[in-house]
Design a protein around this ligand. Structure first.
Ligand code: IMP
Length: 427
C-alpha cells in the first residue's frame, strides 16, 4: 500500500502538475496537503491545456479520487469556478472530496493580503490570493473551517465573532470600507451549496484507501524553498510545502509515507522577491524564460531564471528525505552549447557546500559552477533513457550525483507521453 509524496525542490513551478498527472494514471487517490490557489498547475491532455489552482490535477482521470486535505486553505469562490470549468470540459468532479477541517479563505483575507503587501517595507511578492492571512487566522484560532461554511448558522456565528475586529483593522488602519455579515453569509453559503456533498472526513477516506491497498499520491504545492520553516524566510509561503507537511496536512501517520519524489527543473526559476544565487539577468536567462515559457500560471508574472543549483537541491533532498528525482523541462536546455551547474557557493572567500540559513549570507553567495557541454539537439521525442543524447544523460547523471539522489522520472515536454520513467513510483 504505497503512499508516495510529490514535492517541489526549488521555489515552486517545478512542473509538479505534469508529474502528478503522469503518476495519477496509477494512483487511486491524489491528495493535496497544503497551500491553496496560490499554486498553478498546467496539464496538457489530448491537446487541451488545463489550468488548475486548487483541485488536484488527478481529477482529469475519471477513476481517481481527489482530496483537498485539511492543511489546504480553500477559497470557495475559486473552488466553484474550477468545478464549473472542469464540468464545462466534460470532466466530472464526483470523485472530489474536501476536508471538513480545511480552513476557508474569506473575502477579507484576500483584501488584507493585498493591503498588507502594499504597506510592507519588505515586499514578499505574494500572489494576493489571501493565503497568508487565512493561515494567520487558522493559527490565531480565528479561522472559519469548511465545516462552518456549509452550515449558514455556524458561518454567521463565526463571522459575528471575528468580523468586527477585521472591519476595525480594515477601516482604521487601511481606510477600506470593510465587509457586511449578511452579504458574506449569502455569497459564501451559495458557494457551499455547490460542494456541500463533497465535504468529508478526508483523513478517514485516506485511511480506508490505505487499508485496502490503494495507491495514494500526496501532492505538494509550491516548493521546499517556499516552505514556512525551511524556505528562504520571509520570502516564503505560509505553509509547510516540504514533505514534513504531508502527515499533518492530510491526517495520516508519517510512517505510512513510503516514498518521496522531488520534482526539480533542469534549471532554476523563482517568482516574487528574495535572493537567488544562480539568477541570470542576461540573454541566457531570457532564453531560458522564452523556451520554458516561464510566466506564472497564477499571476502571469515573468519568472526569474537561472542555472541549476545543486546546493539548493541537495538541501531539498535532506529536508524532504527524497527517494527519487523527477527532472522536468529538460528540453528547455536543448538550445545551449554549454550548461552550468552550481556545485557550491563562494562566501567571503570560503567555499560553502550547504545552503545557508541566513539570507544576508545567501545574498552574498556567488555560485561556483561546473560547466558541462550542451547537446544542442531535440530531446522532446525521447521515450527512453537511451534515446537521450549522451551529453543530456551526462548532465542528468551529474546533477543526480551532486545532489545524492537517484533519477526516477525525466520529463522532456508538457505531454503525458513526453516522460521517461526510470523507476516506477506505483506498481
Ligand atoms: P503567497 O503564497 O501568495 O503568500 O506568496 C508567498 C510567496 O510564495 C511569493 O513569493 C509567491 O510568489 C510565492 N508562491 C506562492 N505560490 C507559488 C507557486 O505555486 N509557485 C511559485 N511561487 C509561489
Amino acid at each position: 500500500m504505497p503512499i508516495a509524496a510529490l514535492v517541489g525542490t526549488q521555489w515552486g513551478d517545478e512542473g509538479k502538475g505534469k508529474i502528478t498527472d503522469v503518476l495519477a494514471a496509477k494512483a487511486d487517490v491524489v491528495a493535496r496537503y497544503q497551500g491553496g490557489n496560490n499554486a498553478g498547475h498546467t496539464v496538457v491532455v489530448e491537446n487541451v491545456k488545463y489550468k488548475l489552482h486548487l483541485i488536484p490535477s488527478g481529477i482529469l482521470y475519471p477513476g481517481t479520487t481527489c482530496i483537498i486535505g485539511n492543511g489546504v486553505v480553500v477559497d470557495p469562490q475559486v473552488l466553484v469556478e474550477e468545478m464549473r470549468y472542469l464540468h464545462g470540459h466534460g470532466v466530472s468532479t464526483d470523485n472530489l472530496f474536501i476536508s471538513e477541517r480545511a480552513h476557508v479563505i474569506m473575502p477579507y483575507h484576500k483584501v488584507l493580503d493585498r493591503l498588507e503587501e502594499q504597506a510592507r517595507r519588505l515586499k514578499i511578492g505574494t500572489t494576493g490570493r489571501g493565503i497568508g492571512p487565512a493561515y494567520v487566522d487558522k493559527y490565531m484560532r480565528s479561522g472559519i473551517r469548511v465545516s462552518d461554511l456549509v452550515n449558514p448558522t455556524r458561518l454567521r456565528n463565526r463571522l459575528e465573532d471575528f468580523l468586527p475586529l477585521k472591519n476595525r483593522l480594515l477601516r482604521e488602519i487601511y481606510g477600506h470600507p470593510g465587509f457586511e455579515i449578511d452579504q458574506i453569509v449569502e455569497e459564501y453559503s451559495s458557494y457551499a451549496e455547490v460542494f456541500r456533498d463533497r465535504v468529508a472526513d478526508t483523513s478517514l477516506l485516506l485511511d480506508e484507501a490505505r487499508r485496502s491497498g490503494k495507491n495514494i499520491l500526496c501532492e505538494g504545492a509550491q516548493g521546499t524553498f517556499l516552505d514556512i520553516d525551511h524556505g528562504t524566510y520571509p520570502y516564503v509561503t505560509s505553509s509547510n510545502s516540504s514533505a514534513g507537511g504531508v502527515a499533518a496536512g492530510l491526517g495520516i501517520g508519517p510512517n505510512h509515507v513510503s516514498s518521496v519524489v522531488g520534482v526539480v527543473k533542469a534549471y532554476s526559476t523563482r517568482v516574487g522577491e528574495g535572493p537567488f544565487p544562480t539568477e541570470l539577468k542576461d540573454a541566457v536567462g531570457d532564453l531560458i524564460r522564452e523556451r520554458g515559457q516561464e510566466y506564472g500560471t497564477t499571476t502571469g508574472r515573468p519568472r526569474r531564471c537561472g542555472w541549476f543549483d545543486a546546493v539548493m537541491v541537495r538541501y531539498a533532498v535532506r529536508i524532504n528525505g527524497l527517494t527519487g528525482l523527477a527532472v522536468t523541462l529538460l528540453d528547455v536546455l536543448d538550445a545551449f552549447r554549454s550548461i552550468k551547474v552550481c556545485v557550491a557557493y563562494e562566501y567571503r572567500g570560503q567555499r560553502l557546500a550547504n545552503f545557508p540559513t541566513d539570507l544576508e549570507v545567501l545574498r552574498e553567495c556567488r555560485p561556483i559552477y561546473a560547466e558541462l557541454p550542451g547537446w544542442q539537439s531535440d530531446t522532446a521525442g525521447a521515450q527512453r533513457w537511451e534515446d537521450l543524447p549522451a551529453q543530456a544523460r551526462d548532465y542528468l547523471s551529474f546533477i543526480s550525483q551532486e545532489v545524492e539522489c537517484p533519477l526516477q522520472i525525466i520529463s522532456v515536454g508538457p505531454r503525458r507521453n513526453q516522460t521517461i520513467v526510470m523507476a516506477e513510483v506505483f506498481r
